[in-house]
Design a protein around this ligand. Structure first.
Ligand code: GAR
Length: 215
């Protein structure tokens, strides 16, 4: 399955996905990486993996909608079966979400619908939550709360800081994101309203539900 990945920064999830493609765990290729930030480290990671990587400058456009329309055109030229948001820190216009409906996924560092938006790990710590985690979901028009494909749970201890919690969550992000892409590439993922079912997956497991198979 061919994908396009959108990033804004570090690109560690992009790297986990790129490794999964490179080692043949996922069939197909990452056709293009797009960043809305010029200095995103993820652009270098993409190039290290031989993936075309482009910075598209939002300040060259008059509005969010104009920029998103430009991105829609650029992405469609690659004809991807899936568009993957990997730390893409820009709110998407409804037109962008409609353009890739059912073919657009995101990872968020909390158990959605808790702690959506920015600094989800800090929000969880400050709230005093005893568990947080990460979620891969289809993107819908409500921020960070589209239909959930897979979640991983991480316990929070009194010693945890935003940094230590982020690190623990990130380890799971790097496993559940390639796994979710692989499930979609195998044609096993069906969306029924708000519910997503992965065919033949093992449900009811902790810390990852449904259970990881390949990562
Ligand atoms: C990840 O923790 C991802 O879950 C989060 O940004 C980080 C990107 O890291 N995304 C969001 O908060 C989206 N609302 P990365 O660039 O190293 O993959």
């Amino acid at each position: 399955m061919d994908i396009v990945v959108l990033i804004s920064g570090r690109g560690s999830n992009l790297e986990a996905i790129a490794k999964a493609y490179k080692t043949g765990k996922i069939q197909g290729k990452i056709k293009l990486v797009i960043s809305n930030k010029k200095d995103a480290r993820g652009l270098e990671i993409a190039r290290e993996y031989g993936i075309p990587a482009e910075f598209h400058n939002p300040s060259k456009f008059d509005s969010r909608l104009e920029y998103d329309r430009h991105l829609i055109n650029r992405i469609k030229k690659e004809n991807p079966q899936l568009v993957v948001l990997a730390g893409y820190m820009r709110i998407l216009s409804d037109e962008f979400i409609d353009a890739f409906e059912g073919k657009l996924i995101n990872i968020h560092p909390s158990l959605t619908p808790a702690f959506t938006g920015l600094k989800a790990q800090k929000q969880a710590i400050e709230y005093g939550a005893k568990f947080s985690g990460c979620t891969v979901h289809f993107v819908s028009k409500e921020l960070d709360t589209g239909p959930v494909i897979v979640q991983a749970v991480v316990p929070i201890t009194p010693e945890d800081t935003e940094e230590t919690l982020s690190e623990k969550i990130l380890k799971f992000e790097h496993r559940i994101y390639p796994q979710a892409i692989k499930w979609i590439s195998e044609g096993r993922v069906k969306i029924e309203g708000r519910k997503v079912i992965v065919k033949d997956a093992k449900y009811g497991t902790i810390p990852v539900n449904p259970a990881l198979e390949d990562f």
